[in-house]
Design a protein around this ligand. Structure first.
Ligand SMILES: [Zn+2]
Ligand SMILES: [Zn+2]
Length: 127
């Protein structure tokens, strides 16, 4: 179960992991999945993110790889990006307001250009 959580790619929800384990004929309970994810988060192995909506998603913490997210508010597709310009700007804003910069996390909410695919994905998610 620990392993399964740590080999997940990208941004996954607890229920997605639970379903995957179930499909692999594992008999872990949903509570175990939630508790394990909680634990991994406390150990700083996973990062919990909220991309809007009710679902919390987890992703593996990769050192020195600060990234931000574009999130489609219709289908939930998540794309990561890196911008050193944005990073500098945010540090500058913190300094200008007399703060010591610590960390930041940005989600940019967007809508896919490919409306057909986006709607299909949105329906899949809600089914
Ligand atoms: Zn990410
Ligand atoms: Zn979309």
């Amino acid at each position: 179960m620990l392993e399964a959580a740590l080999v997940q790619k990208g941004h996954f929800a607890a229920d997605e992991l639970y379903l995957e384990l179930k499909n692999n004929k594992s008999n872990v309970s949903r509570a175990t999945v939630y508790n394990t994810l909680d634990l991994l988060e406390k150990c700083n192995l996973l990062l919990r993110r909220n991309f809007g909506g009710k679902t919390q998603r987890y992703e593996k913490i990769t050192p020195n790889k600060n990234h931000d997210h574009l999130v489609c508010s219709r289908c939930g597709r998540i794309v990561e990006f890196n911008s050193s310009g944005l990073n500098k700007l945010i540090r500058k804003i913190a300094e200008e307001n007399n703060f010591e910069f610590r960390d930041y996390s940005i989600n940019i909410f967007v809508k896919c250009n490919d409306e057909k695919e986006c709607k299909a994905q949105a329906e899949k998610r809600n089914s």
